[in-house]
Design a protein around this ligand. Structure first.
Ligand code: NAP
Length: 287
């Protein structure tokens, strides 16, 4: 029997439609900073700007030359931090080779109140406290949680196995699942007997970046499978899960494209709304 398709397109459209009146009232503005011309980044940014427009949110694509120095980029970040019209902004990763080693410094320079990607230490730290403190959570883990909620898939008491421990997906997702009473196992490239662990998962999340890495023999029958991976194979976007085989084993599965990707964009827009709400509250308390 084929698995239920967990459509990020459907879930994000419903979540964003519900957010629309708030966006109309608050009028937040999102800025996406791109340095250089990475083709993957260009296509993700196009999607972010398009989704913002569809929901009536102001957005701007700030496209900078790949030759830009670290000092010039940090000065752009400072300018966006200081601009009262900018609610939130992101610096699209990856950066050109000469800037990539400075990513931690660049993220640290972003005002936590405007860090709508949720990558900075302040917002990540709040995620560690409890669900109630997830004010600007990292966009992809938050998108996965929203997708499960949309399809009414409970996580409390479930064994969630996450393959991948990056700071933007695997690690924060593990904490957010713990915040929701899941039992969590995080695997990575040094994990021994990986398939013996993935086979125990009630909910299996693949965030590896290796196309079709999760094969049918790594999945428990009836498991929920969330595929975060996005690799280009012969020009086609391909996930970390061998979809054709695993969809016959799992009870529910996300497609690539159309699964986690649209949910990440949805979270980014939601974070921008939350940032604006908080900024307005701060203004009122400072009067
Ligand atoms: P990353 O920083 O490269 O992390 C990859 C993780 O996979 C690492 O923790 C690595 O382990 C682990 N890994 C690599 N080979 C492995 C193996 N053989 N067995 C077990 N674990 C292994 O990647 P990321 O930024 O988290 O992204 C992962 C994928 O998700 C990429 O394809 C990316 O494009 C995609 N992505 C999609 C979205 C979306 O919105 N759809 C958002 C973010 C990322 P070590 O830590 O030991 O190296």
């Amino acid at each position: 029997m084929s698995a239920l398709l967990l459509s990020g397109r459907e879930a994000s459209a419903a979540i964003l439609a519900a957010l629309k009146p708030k966006i109309g009232k608050l009028d937040p503005k999102l800025v996406v900073v791109q340095v250089g011309d990475d083709p993957g980044s260009s296509s993700y940014i196009k999607q972010k700007i398009k989704s913002a427009a569809e929901v009536g949110m102001r957005s701007e694509h700030c496209h900078l030359a790949s030759s830009m120095s670290l000092e010039e980029l940090l000065s752009k970040v400072a300018e966006l931090n200081a601009d009262p019209d900018v609610t939130g902004f992101i610096v699209q990763l990856p950066l050109p080779d000469h800037l990539q080693p400075h990513v931690p410094e660049i993220i640290r320079a972003i005002d936590p109140k405007k860090d709508v990607d949720g990558f900075g230490a302040y917002n990540l730290g709040k995620v560690f406290l409890s669900k109630e403190f997830e004010h600007l959570p990292p966009a992809t883990p938050a998108g996965i949680i929203m997708l499960l909620e949309y399809y009414k898939i409970p996580v409390a008491g479930k064994h969630v196995v996450i393959v991948g421990r990056s700071n933007i997906v695997g690690k924060p997702l593990a904490v957010m699942m713990l915040n929701r009473d899941a039992t969590v196992t995080v695997c990575h490239s040094k994990t021994k007997n990986l398939s013996a662990i993935t086979k125990q998962a009630d909910i299996l999340v693949a965030a590896i970046g290796k196309p079709k890495f999760i094969t049918g023999d790594m999945v428990k029958p009836g498991a929920i499978v969330i595929d975060v991976g996005t690799s280009r194979v012969d020009g086609k976007l391909t996930g970390d899960v061998d979809f054709e085989v695993v969809q016959e084993i799992a009870s529910a599965i996300t497609p690539v494209p159309g699964g986690v990707g649209p949910m990440t964009v949805c979270s980014l827009i939601k974070n921008c709304v939350q940032a604006k709400e908080r900024q307005m509250k701060d203004m009122q308390t400072n009067i």
